[in-house]
Design a protein around this ligand. Structure first.
Ligand SMILES: Nc1nc2c(ncn2[C@@H]2O[C@H](COP(=O)(O)OP(=O)(O)OP(=O)(O)O)[C@@H](O)[C@H]2O)c(=O)[nH]1
Length: 393
């Protein structure tokens, strides 16, 4: 699937940057265009791969390139005011070559949490291709304002996009890690999961060309109907033996047919990989029962994939989710691992979202404190930076 990715705010920009790196590394060819939008000049300068002409600074008249200091409403306002500048960058994208937009944003700050829903709404008005969101929830230890921003942003983002894919930082943060080091690892987990999923059916340059069962229309169909989605993932390495053939821990690699693989063994291993992916840590932890639609993508060298295993995994997912709409297929790739990625779309029983909704309700009661905290943040930022930063480019 070919995507036009737009990273909104710092987290959004960094994650899109990382997707470009993933694309280069794996030759997956999913990022057709990449844009970063931010109100903080320094964040845009810090990006590595997004082309400079695709980095859009908004809100200069209001915040002078300093960011909005976690003020979600201000983030939304400046996105609305400067939407034409974002559109100018989007105009350079060959949208006829793109299957969907993916708007990526952290939901705890101000720029992305306020601006991403505004952009999604704008894109949906103009284009006919789907507009998906990838929203990152803040850690619960980040403070009240971040949780409140996420609660507000979630409500609007999910309404404006065709489907909101969610990653929850809270369930992925390791204790004892520096914040930046922690995000590096987390961002890698994000691009791996969503990369395998969106990469299904794409054949990058030099990739193994094979008949693939999953294509972009199946991803789109699974996401259509809207709501919130989460992704499960599990993988096992397969190793290269000395003669250059693939020998596998995945299959036992110890005999059987001509190529050293045993079909029944492969089927069983695929089934257990599917269970691990669905029952292990999801990008947004939830009860999988009650999921409306699901898609299973098995990827790896074609000789380690078989229809029977995928079919069994798919059936098992149908039973566990109670959904009648579970798609499945393979994605042959010349990678030294076999992986299962599961998209659960339209999930309903999500404890973190329930807590956020509660926060949004309670926030109505202590609006004044929150406004004060947010104003102080903004004042500090503007005072901090009396000397103007150098022009961006
Ligand atoms: N996964 C991940 N999350 C991040 C990263 N950076 C920040 N976050 C999360 O995203 C939230 C929003 O932060 P930012 O993206 O920095 O905020 P912003 O949208 O730029 O808005 P302002 O800084 O308020 O102008 C934070 O609360 C973190 O939870 C990152 O690199 N990876």
């Amino acid at each position: 699937m070919k995507l036009a990715m737009i990273g909104f705010g710092q987290a959004g920009g960094k994650i899109v940057d990382r997707f470009l790196e993933y694309d280069d590394r794996t030759n997956s060819g999913i990022v057709r265009a990449a844009i970063a939008v931010n109100s903080a000049k320094a964040d845009l300068i810090g990006l590595d791969r997004i082309p400079e002409e695709n980095r859009v600074l908004i809100g200069q008249a209001r915040v002078k390139g300093h960011g909005v200091g976690a003020d979600n409403e201000l983030g939304a306002e400046i996105a609305e005011e400067d939407i034409d500048e974002v559109q100018n960058a989007i105009d350079s994208i060959p949208t006829h070559e793109v299957d969907a937009f993916l708007v990526v944003s952290g939901m705890g700050g101000g720029t992305g949490s306020g601006g991403a829903p505004v952009l999604a709404k704008h894109l949906k008005r103009i284009y006919t291709i789907p507009v998906y969101g990838l929203g990152v929830l803040p850690g619960t230890d980040e403070g009240g304002i971040y949780t409140l921003n996420a609660a507000r942003s979630f409500q609007t983002f999910v309404r404006e996009v065709d489907n909101l894919l969610v990653f929850d930082n809270d369930s992925w943060r390791q204790t004892g890690e520096s914040v930046e080091g922690g995000y590096e690892k987390i961002n890698e987990e994000i691009v791996k999961r969503f990369g395998v999923l969106f990469g299904a059916g794409e054949v990058g340059e030099g990739q193994e060309v094979a008949e693939s069962v999953v294509d972009s229309s199946e991803i789109i169909n699974t996401l259509s109907g809207g709501g919130v989605s989460t992704v499960g993932y599990a993988s096992e390495e397969v190793e290269l033996n000395t003669s250059g053939g693939l020998l596998s821990r995945f299959t036992g690699g110890d005999g059987g047919g001509d190529d050293g693989l045993d079909a029944a063994n492969t089927t069983n291993r695929i089934t257990s990989l599917v269970r691990k992916a669905a029952l292990g840590r999801l990008t947004l932890p939830c009860e999988i029962e009650g999921t409306e639609r699901a898609l299973l993508v098995l990827s790896g060298p074609s000789k380690y994939l078989n229809r029977k295993g995928i079919e069994r995994g798919r059936k098992w997912l149908e039973e566990e989710t109670g959904s009648m709409e579970v798609r499945g297929g393979d994605f042959p790739r010349g990678e030294p691992e076999v992986s299962a990625a599961i998209l659960l779309s339209g999930v309903t029983n999500v404890p973190r979202i329930k807590r956020l909704q509660q926060v949004a309700i309670e926030a109505q009661d202590n609006m004044d404190d929150i406004q004060e905290e947010s104003d102080e943040n903004l004042e500090e930022l503007v005072e901090d930076d009396e000397d103007e930063l150098e022009p961006l480019f």
